[in-house]
Design a protein around this ligand. Structure first.
Ligand code: GAL
Length: 765
């Protein structure tokens, strides 16, 4: 059971019956012939590898006890050495093989480990798996011991191996190390459902159908049948059963005459379950479940269409890494990023730059209605034939893992910003199309003069004005970024210019239907190599900082939603009298809002009434406002109050303090409850604010943290605030209770928060 997702694991997907619910309570799930056991707790981690640990008599009792997701080393949030996580490490997990598994097949499924995994069961080694972003599995059947401990051992190479994408050249991000995604054991009958590609056909027409391609593993005997059911919750809407005539690479089942369904769209992302039942000729059964949405997503010469309606794409690139632990964050934290992008920043698309990201993140995109461009691992460099073979394999792994996510609308099948390579990209496109003929392909390039083998010309265009589209289907996949790296706490001139640069690109994209839209670089600041970024192992290219706290540019995105959804009124500047060259105020500064009129008060008196700047930003639905208060009296200096009006009615107020003092310390957790499984985690943001709750952008001060109860701090303690803010994460221990976190600031005093930790039964094997 995946915690915090409220739904079941699609890779193996099984629950639904009451016995399954009971098993789920124990950390296992079962239905119709398969069981899945989580293997995320009870690992031993040996750090840098000790030769011989594959041997069965190896004593690992002194090794550290860890849970997954796991980072091979904890790091400061910046200014560390990128070599610190590049080493070979060792993990071991003992488990019991249950008697009822005998006669069945047992697999171990790794969702992702960085970067090359040498796995052994009871001393038997499998071939090394090369790749840090894609799932892999090994069959343990025949190597298990019944009635004794089984030892699963992993030698994990987290160095930058030149033989594996994305490595071989320079890359502008860090990959980090560790078994940083989940592991499961899967027990299935001799013949089982390996995977299923479920394609809604003609979703917009009355005669809509479901085309289901079932991939079986194992011999197919006479009398085998497959039944496909479309379900809405527990309600079976339609089913269809077919008898198989023999072995084949896959078996197609079409469910016709589905009747009315609710479409998946951005506002109401309705999801359905598809349950596939296999009845083998020998009496064994298997069941596989996946989640789908009915939608038609097409890039056309007049832009992107969702269910036939034009949608201007407006989004951001996301790296999957976090401070301290790299990629090793659990489901809840992965899902939070999707929530931030959709609900806080009101984006409608995200690009998983530059690799397949956690399935939990994609699940959240499905549930929230956030479109996705997903791409294979790589950055500018193309390696030799063997390297390219891995990249082609990555295309297949990515698509097979994620083909049923309605949120995914485009596959990126080129190495980001690589040069043309006709043969290589002919292969990646052919594979993508053969697996999934419902989605278009793209491949991200940095120049227009490049061979188009994909359907959509996906272009990183960092200049301004943007280049006119040179192909009928055209999407901007990166802009701004390194051209204007901006810290959340930079000088007001810079943060205001950062705002304008994001706004003007979206304005130009909105000016011409041939642009499908744009995905800015990028959502969050990210850790990188020393030869990129600001010299502290960070690229400050985000519209939010590395802790996911917005910079003013984030409000360009946030303000593009309709006020019925959220009334937005945010400052694109910091309130001060002299931090800009113009005297007497902040100068000309942006305000981001979807209100139709603003009133600005200084020191209690109405100073200005503002309208959106429709002259400069003629195409944006909600252009920025610009405030120029001229020379303000410095005495008395005072607060700035902005009122936002909609159709003449006051809809929102924003007040920025003129007092110049740190008034409050705020400690804000994303979640009030966690699962006590040793894995679950939540972010806790620490901020110094003015008396109105606005972050004090230049505040410093070390916050000393203390914690009681079943949790631990993932992060630095004391935490030195950077730009008045920062975050740590709290990870639950394997125990129920209440975590109390107290933060003590040198002069703002102490604040405490509590997080309840629910009991989570131990894993059964
Ligand atoms: C692009 C690249 C991104 C990032 C960005 C910085 O060229 O694709 O990964 O490095 O530049 O602006």
């Amino acid at each position: 059971m995946r915690r915090g997702t409220g739904q079941l694991d699609r890779r193996t997907f099984i629950l639904g019956a009451s016995t399954a619910a009971a098993l789920a309570q124990q950390g296992a799930s079962s239905e119709a012939g398969r069981q899945v056991y989580e293997l995320n707790r009870g690992w031993r981690y040996g750090g840098k590898v000790q030769p011989g640990f594959f041997a069965l008599d190896f004593d690992d009792s002194k090794w550290e006890s860890v849970t997954l997701p796991h980072a091979n080393v904890l790091l400061p949030w910046h200014s560390f050495d990128e070599k610190d996580f590049q080493f070979v490490s060792a993990y071991r997990r003992r488990f019991r093989a249950l008697p009822e598994w005998q006669g069945k097949r047992v697999f171990v499924d790794f969702a992702g480990a960085m970067t090359a995994s040498l796995v052994a069961i009871n001393g038997h080694r499998f071939e090394e798996y090369k790749g840090g972003y894609t799932p892999f599995r090994f069959e343990l059947t025949g190597h298990l011991k019944y009635g004794g401990d089984n030892v699963l051992a992993v030698e994990l190479d987290s160095t930058e191996r030149k033989d594996i994408p994305p490595f071989g050249g320079n890359i502008d991000y860090l990959t980090f190390g560790g078994i940083y995604r989940d592991v499961q054991l899967r027990v299935v009958p001799k013949t089982f459902i390996e995977n299923a590609y479920v394609k809604p056909v003609r979703p917009l027409e009355d005669n809509r159908a479901l085309a289901v391609r079932c991939y079986l593993n194992g011999p197919v005997s006479g009398g085998t049948t497959i039944t496909v059911e479309l379900r809405d919750g527990v309600r079976v809407l339609k089913g269809h059963k077919v008898a198989l005539s023999g072995a084949a690479e896959f078996h197609d089942v079409t469910v016709e005459a589905l009747g009315a369904v609710e479409l998946w769209d951005l506002k109401r992302p309705k999801l359905y379950d598809v349950v596939i039942k296999l009845a083998n000729g020998d009496g064994s059964t298997d069941e596989y479940r996946t989640r789908i949405g009915f939608r038609e997503a097409r890039f056309t010469p007049a832009g992107f269409r969702l269910n036939g309606a034009p949608v201007k794409l407006r989004g951001l690139n996301r790296h999957q890494t976090y401070p301290y632990v790299g990629g090793a964050m659990p489901a809840r934290v992965q899902r939070r990023d999707a929530w931030i992008l959709k609900k806080e920043l009101h984006c409608n698309i995200v690009r998983t730059s530059h690799y397949p990201q956690a399935v939990e993140f994609l699940d959240a995109c499905d549930e929230l209605g956030l479109l996705v461009l997903e791409e294979i691992p790589g950055w500018q460099h193309i390696g030799d034939k063997a390297w390219q073979d891995i990249a082609v394999r990555n295309v297949g792994e990515m698509i097979r893992r994620d083909w049923n996510h309605p949120s995914i609308v485009l596959w990126g099948v080129r190495i980001n910003e690589s040069d043309d390579n006709h043969e290589f990209y002919t292969r990646t496109n052919a594979l993508a199309r053969s697996l999934d003929d419902a989605r278009q392909t793209g491949g991200i390039r940095y120049k227009q003069d490049s061979e188009l083998l994909e359907d959509v010309f996906t272009m990183n265009d960092f200049g301004f004005p943007l280049k006119p589209p040179n192909h009928p289907l055209y999407l901007n996949t990166e802009f701004n970024g390194h051209m204007f790296s901006t810290k959340r706490f930079d000088n007001i001139t810079r943060v205001a210019e950062h705002v304008v640069r994001h706004a003007r690109v979206h304005d130009q994209l909105a000016s011409d239907d041939r642009y499908a839209g744009g995905i800015g670089w990028c959502a969050f600041d990210y850790n990188t190599h020393s030869n990129f970024g600001s010299g502290d192992h960070i690229c400050y290219h985000g519209v939010s900082d590395i802790f996911r706290v917005p910079k003013p540019a984030a409000y360009v995105y946030k303000s593009q939603c309709d006020p019925e959804e959220d009334v937005v009124l945010e400052a694109g500047f910091f309130w001060s009298s002299g931090d800009k060259s113009e005297a007497g105020g902040p100068g000309v500064v942006p305000i981001l809002s979807n209100c139709d009129r603003l009133k600005v008060y200084f020191a209690g008196a109405l100073k200005q009434e503002l309208e959106p700047d429709r002259k400069t930003f003629r195409h944006l639905k909600y252009p920025p406002f610009f405030m120029d208060l001229g020379n303000l009296p410095l005495d008395p200096w005072g607060d700035l109050k902005i009122e936002g009006y909609l159709k003449g009615k006051l809809a929102k107020t924003l007040t920025l303090s003129g007092s110049g003092k740190d008034a409050d310390l705020k400690v804000v957790a994303d979640d009030a409850e966690l699962d006590g499984d040793g894995r679950d985690a939540t972010r806790v943001v620490l901020m110094t604010t003015d008396e109105y709750g606005n972050i004090r952008p230049f505040a410093t001060g070390a916050v000393t943290l203390s914690l009681t109860g079943p949790g631990e701090i993932v992060g630095e303690n004391p935490f030195a605030l950077a730009g008045g803010c920062g975050a740590i994460w709290i990870r639950a221990k394997e125990e129920a209770g209440t975590v109390k976190l107290t933060a003590a600031h040198p002069y703002l005093g102490r604040r405490s928060i509590e997080i309840r930790v629910r009991a989570a039964p131990a894993e059964p094997v």
